[in-house]
Design a protein around this ligand. Sequence first.
Ligand SMILES: Cc1cc2nc3c(=O)[nH]c(=O)nc-3n(C[C@H](O)[C@H](O)[C@H](O)COP(=O)(O)O)c2cc1C
Length: 372
Amino acid sequence: MAGSEFGTIFKVTTWGESHGKAIGAVVDGCPAGLPLCEEDIQAYLNRRKPGQSRYTTARAEGDRVEILSGVFEGRTTGTPISMMIWNTDQRSRDYGNIMEVYRPGHADYTFDMKYGFRDYRGGGRSSGRETAGRVAAGAIAAKFLASLGIRVQAYTSAIGDVSIDRSRFSWEEMGKNRLYMPDRTAAEQAERLLERRMAERDSVGGVVECVIWGMPAGVGEPVFEKLDANLAKAVMSIGAVKGVEIGDGFRAALSRGSENNDEFHTDGNGTVKRTNHGGGILGGLSDGSEIFLRAAFKPTPSIAKPQHTVTRDGRETMIEIVGRHDPVIVPRAVVVVETMAALTAADLLLQSMTSRLDRIQAFFGVSAQPED
Ligand SMILES: Cc1cc2nc3c(=O)[nH]c(=O)nc-3n(C[C@H](O)[C@H](O)[C@H](O)COP(=O)(O)O)c2cc1C
């Protein structure tokens, strides 16, 4: 299947199906010398794995990562880093009821139309499980970025119609509740909403926000490889994401130029802005301020509530999905958004290294040559 590769210099290929033997990723283009061990990656995978709370599926996926190559004596060697996670709890029988039937809102129908055949056990490559490979790869990108003083962090800003109140925003609280909401009151309200939807055998959507700090100005490639365009593609490639906003996003369409422009000032050290409606990106290039994006997730498509659908041979029928599914995708997707943003930032940062002659000369330790 084409389309499993992402990035130009810092490149990732994810592989594996939700109910195959294993799932994983190969990262090529990570610079040599980065300290890296399995625990660095495991910490990220633990935030994605199921069974963390009542609101994430009870599938005991284990999700222990093994690094197979590309690391020697605790540091990356500059060669492909191959990572594997064994699938240990694939109860294919849970999915027997969807073998001949298309789940509304999932990718069963479109996969069948494209390939004429599909791995019905949990959706194969269209399963949320595919994101384990991305998270493993993105954990490496995040570590590489951290070595340059660049940090990426995502969190839940809304579950259904329950949004965080920014006056109560607390990073500490985000780490405490399993919904990853930086507002305890909102998290409690969201839990009540989830209880109601679960009782109704239904599901809920939500919003993830992501911030990148410390990105130097000038990262991104005009015109087709803009930083915002690549972030949007990276995040939109996550299953169930239906919208991406950079900075004020759709709200910018409602404001005036005088409100939306981030005026420039100088603070003695350089150019600064006091507002950030643009989300840290101008002309597709980072402007040196915080990069801010938002991703809208639809409600989990697999629900137990009876729904109309059709069978593979075209008969109308009803479906009640009995497998184990999250009533909300967002809490487990927070780290997926974060790592996709990290992969994009790492790749475009490396691409930007070739944009200035003076920096290439400095890299090779040569001084500017006379023109004739
Ligand atoms: C981390 C994660 C977990 C997911 N878990 C489920 C799930 O348990 N059940 C489900 O029906 N969909 C789940 N999804 C969503 C489906 O993968 C997605 O809706 C499906 O592939 C159809 O793609 P689309 O929604 O982008 O059109 C999950 C997605 C992510 C990112």
